[in-house]
Design a protein around this ligand. Structure first.
Ligand code: GRF
Length: 209
């Protein structure tokens, strides 16, 4: 077994995706180590989950910086201090900027609660419900400069039920989203991946004899 791949996770809220990753990391065969958890705000469950797991945390609030660009540079510096191979935005409600992407572009993952390219932005479950689609889902993608536009790593489909509310639909999506996130962060870390334009592939390594 090679050393676990260091990953920094950024959160803004409840952190159930983070928790799923932390739980998966308990198994050495998973091959991933959460090196640090960062947030853009204090007092969130995501930070408590990290602390409970003994993972170092940091908080960088945009309002504490003169400009959004200065915050972006500081975020990149703080993440870099933990030398991650991958960065996971797990419900991180800020767009990363040019300085961050210059250092972590191509290895920063985000999960979006809709089937891209449909319903980008902050309200994927609401927009899917209002549009009347019968199938929605979650998308794991490599972050680029757009809003939920980056190359797609994985997707999972989730049915929309007649009596769904935005909350019930989002909760059903999140259940599938967590499984997808855990599976694919592990695969990318263990097996590597390549991108060809918008196409991301991660061939499984052969099991050693
Ligand atoms: C997830 O649905 C994620 O896709 C969206 O926000 C939610 C975060 O949930 N951006 P949690 O904080 O991981 O519980």
């Amino acid at each position: 077994m090679t050393d676990a791949t260091p990953v920094v996770v950024l959160v803004s809220g409840s952190g159930t995706n983070l928790q799923a990753l932390l739980d998966a990391c308990d198994d050495p065969a998973y091959g991933v180590r959460v090196a640090a958890v960062g947030a853009d705000r204090e007092g969130i469950a995501g930070l408590e989950r990290a602390e409970a797991a003994g993972v170092p945390t940091f908080v960088l609030r945009v309002s504490d910086f003169e400009t959004r660009e200065a915050w972006d540079v500081a975020l990149a510096d703080r993440v870099a201090a933990h030398a991650p191979e991958l960065v996971v935005l797990a419900g991180f409600m800020k767009l990363t900027g040019p300085a961050f992407l210059a250092r972590f572009g191509g290895r920063t993952l985000n999960a979006h609660p809709a089937l891209s390219p449909s319903f980008p932005g902050m309200h994927g479950p609401r927009d899917a419900l209002e549009h009347g689609v019968k199938i929605t889902g979650a998308t794991l993608f490599l972050v680029d400069e757009g809003v939920d536009t980056g190359p797609i790593v994985a997707q999972v489909a989730v049915p929309v039920l007649d009596d769904d509310t935005v909350d019930s639909l989002h909760e059903r999506i999140k259940t599938s989203e967590r499984g997808m996130l855990v599976e694919w962060v592990g695969r990318l870390a263990r097996d590597g991946y390549s991108t060809d334009g918008r196409r991301v592939t991660s061939p499984r390594k052969k099991e050693s004899a």
